[in-house]
Design a protein around this ligand. Structure first.
Ligand code: ZN
Length: 407
């Protein structure tokens, strides 16, 4: 196995704020062997050298919440109609197409937070076997939800404690990587109520515990404060959306609950999907003032979470309306603007922190021994996030998938 040496103007390793200048990153097989600063010209080293002048090397990005089976059409009705009407073959083709688009957009790993049947696992396995090209997928199969509850149309309905236990067992038997539950209703499903809890504390605790017993993590979708104490008590690894909403336009942050989240090392997933991209998507403002007006209160509350020290990832919820997977970076730019985060804070949320949140210790950081998942972009993304839209190369597990020859 010949070593491959990758050089560029700078490297950001997934941690901290600083970049390393004149880096030499050595890849052997599917692993990073070393990351050093060039004292000599890399041309004098043995092994193949690829130099990217004017560029930055950074870890492959990780989107911790996507829906590969969904098509990001402009309305919820159109998305639900498509998912429920299509054949299994059509769904699998969309999942595979989105996974490939994700990889070319610089996402080397995506966590799928809900699809149909075991389709996402099937595509995940085909990518792992090298039969398809795409981002590495972490899959929950279908999310557990109630009759007519949020995303019930994905097909995994369970109302009672016993039914929920059976649903979680079914997902584990279908080889999922984590368990996902809809702890409240959601905006996408008109028959569900985002302001109401879908399960009691005992049932939620059982799901998270079944995950832990199977050495898998778990995720809970939370769109209002009402479900949060039980989700924290159950110690779900990630709290998706983590909305502290108590009324239409009112959010109520609770420092005591926040402290528990921090002490248990839970992670929240901040959702920068369609509406949250209002600054860049003029069509959002035509959707009615309600949901857009609510965003100001939501962002203020998310800033309180961040200031309190809660650890967070930033995800796209790709597949939902106006949110195609290849536009991941637009969500990051929205986070910079709306949550007043710095570019490196945002980059950490989608690399090192994301890997830790979803329990993938082999990636998210560029250091010796980690998997060689990396991207090369033009310019310096630690100063300007739009550089992430100028991808020159994507490597996953030591293999180039997107490669534009240095000129
Ligand atoms: Zn989602």
């Amino acid at each position: 196995m010949n070593p491959l040496l990758i050089t560029a103007d700078r490297l950001w390793d997934g941690t901290g704020n600083a970049t390393r200048v004149r880096p030499v990153l050595q890849v052997v097989g599917d692993r990073i062997d070393s990351v050093e600063t060039a004292l000599l010209s890399p041309k004098t080293c043995s092994g193949e050298v690829v130099d990217f002048p004017g560029c930055t090397i950074l870890p492959g990005m990780i989107d911790t919440h996507v829906h590969l089976v969904m098509s990001a059409q402009p309305t919820n009705e159109a998305i639900i109609d498509q998912v429920t009407r299509e054949s299994d073959a059509e769904r699998m083709a969309r999942i595979a197409g989105n996974a490939e688009a994700a990889l070319h957009a610089g996402l080397t790993t995506v966590r799928d937070c809900g699809g149909t049947k075991n389709h996402v696992q099937q595509v995940r396995d085909r990518i792992r076997r090298g039969e398809l090209v795409g981002a590495d997928i972490v899959a929950c199969g279908s999310p557990i939800t109630t009759t007519l509850g949020h995303c019930h149309w994905l097909g995994l309905v369970a109302d009672t404690y016993d039914e929920v236990e059976a649903a979680a067992s079914k997902m584990l038997a279908e080889d999922v990587d984590f368990l996902k539950v809809m702890a409240t209703g959601g905006n996408m499903t008109a028959t569900s109520d985002p302001m109401k809890a879908q399960y009691d504390a005992r049932t939620l605790h059982r799901i998270a515990q079944m995950g832990r017993d199977a050495s898998k993590h778990s995720a809970a979708h939370v769109l209002s404060r009402v479900a949060l104490p039980a989700v924290v008590a159950a110690n779900f690894r990630t709290i998706e959306h983590c909305d502290w909403r108590v009324e239409e336009f009112r959010y109520e942050f609770d420092p005591e609950l926040a402290k528990k989240i921090i002490d248990q090392n839970q992670f929240v997933g901040l959702t920068m999907s369609g509406l949250a991209r209002r600054a860049f998507l003029p069509e959002v403002n035509t959707l009615g003032i309600g949901p857009v007006k609510r965003l100001d209160a939501r962002f203020a509350c998310e800033r309180q979470m961040i200031d309190a020290g809660i650890r967070y990832t930033i995800h796209s919820d790709a597949g939902v309306r106006l949110c195609p997977i290849e536009r991941f970076v637009l969500g990051l730019r929205a986070a910079e603007r709306e949550l007043k985060l710095t570019p490196t804070e945002i980059l950490r949320a989608v690399t090192a922190t994301a890997a830790e949140a979803i329990e993938l210790p082999d990636r998210g950081v560029l250091s010796a021994g980690k998997r060689a998942d990396l991207i090369v972009v033009e310019g310096d993304p630690t100063r300007d996030l739009t550089c992430l839209e100028k991808i020159r190369a994507v490597m996953k597990a030591g293999v180039w998938y997107h490669f534009e020859k240095p000129s």
